[in-house]
Design a protein around this ligand. Sequence first.
Ligand SMILES: [Zn+2]
Ligand SMILES: [Zn+2]
Length: 332
Amino acid sequence: MRAMLLERIGDPLRQVELARPSPGPGQVLIRGLACAVCRTDLHVVDGELTQPKLPLIPGHEIVGTVVELGKGVSRFKIGERVGVPWLGSTCGQCPYCDNGEENLCDLAKFTGYTLDGGYAEYTIADQRYCFPIAELYSDPEAAPLLCAGLIGYRSLVKTGNAKRLGLYGFGAAAHIVAQIAKYQQREVYAFSRTGDTEAQEFALDLGAVWAGNSNELPPARLDAAIIFAPAGELIPQALKAVGKGGIVVCGGIHMTDIPSFPYSILWEERSVCSVANLTRRDGEEFMALAPKVPVRTEVETFRMDDANEALNRLRSGQIQGAAVLVNAGASG
Ligand SMILES: [Zn+2]
Ligand SMILES: [Zn+2]
């Protein structure tokens, strides 16, 4: 099979021919149709996440067709369309797993990081961590739901019933969260890089009540903010934008260092937290909710062979919505 391989941190991915893997017990072999490109993939390729398996096939927002079943697989049938997310497996026994917090599992494995992922023609996945995909979505449209959507949803849940919601970094995750937030009758305030009027217009099109630059304060005090951009300086900025008791949720796996800030902007029970990974329950809830809203994803597609170009465009902020790699045979 053809795959895009990371052999050394910082090198471009190399297109290689590899033996098609065989599914072990409980695993499915999936013919990849589409795989979205996540900012986390950039953090892996650029070495900001330091524990990847190498060589590695990146990619953790995979949509594909089940083509072979390992021993004991009963959740899916041959020919079924499934999605594979970032959480690839957990131990099921540690205190976190026991407590419904499998996202924090001490021994978790992650697709496209510690397990081979979806920048390839075929992928192996544990059936227990895959999700069925709603008919409504084409293959490329469904792919960003699997991380941008899922992590975005988990981040949104952390904001409780916040009415006025700020979204910092209006990319793949924010464009999905904005639609759910609007459906839940919240007000979305969208923040983008200074001068990125395209992203701001995109946010307004998706129902944001206000859009501006991330160094601006919104016209009203926010109840909560979610930061999707990997820029640590946004944390004090967002704390200044939220009112008393407001929460600032960091939705990314990596951020640059947070500059020091006066205690007064945290005072009055404001809080900052991060969101790590996902649980299968998040996935079930979100995949059921998305077609009800209905969440529509804006995608820019690239051929699988052009993964490096897609990564470069994402790095330089030139993607509107989500970048998605497609294999021949994917539905438009
Ligand atoms: Zn565990
Ligand atoms: Zn991701």
